[in-house]
Design a protein around this ligand. Sequence first.
Ligand code: SF4
Length: 294
Amino acid sequence: MEVLTASVGFCLGITRAYREMNKRALAEAPFAVAHQNAGGEFDTLTRIERREPALLADYPGLQELSVVRDVSNLGEGDRLVLGFHGLNRQTKESLAARGVDLLDDLICPFIEKLDRVVERLAKEGFDIAIVGTKDNHHCRVAKKIADEHGRRCYVIERADDGLPSEDGRPIALVGQVTGNTEVFTEVIDRIRSSKAPIKVVKTMCSDSYSRQRTAVELAQQADVVILLDDGGGAAQSVFEVCARVNNRVHRVRSKEEIKPAWFEGAEKAAIIGGILVPAWSVEDVAAYVRTLSN
Ligand code: SF4
């Protein structure tokens, strides 16, 4: 059986955060690292905590860093760098007030842009419609920002979900950064063809477009798809776009969950991963799947 792999591991925002933390660590460690919505075995900070050998081979400075799960314990003189999820404004202000030295904020620029765009639109008087999933962190943040400005926030999960109707208040459409890019495009097409008076701002990240496009290409070629599912919104979107073109997509968290029976009659398998799954894990699973056909 031929095994295809997507040549993508960590996304742009995660790679940037690791690279910049490493650069700073080599120059001025020790310091602590933290970000919101952290935790779980796939979290970028958990990998630092675990001192993962493959990660340290690429970014040796990370072994000098400590991971902080609760930043409320930090105080005067503590030195902190924020990871790719950053921290909300109130928490950063509270850290500054307590004398914590925030050395760098490595929030992904796409996440920062979505929050900034939603805030600007809400201040301009727009209700927000966001293509994504209701329980996603970025959609919840968008809703919170809209609430703070007295605006409504609608989450559009499927292409055929009804569009919010006007009732005199202007509406703007954005996308969860890691949302389903195909659904986003279809919703935008519907808005344009129906001439609905909805302002569109494209906020899904470039990694989502390229990761989902690559995944679909592989899913179209392969008989079976194994998705290394990190539990995040990006992996959910990859699953959704692949499931549109291949009905043998299996989501696993590790190679131990893979069942040989899934490959019965298959000539090609594809291995793909979420944004929190490094390239070496994808390759490790691919090597394992190859042994199943020997
Ligand atoms: S998936 Fe996109 S938005 Fe999220 S961290 Fe990566 S590059 Fe940034």
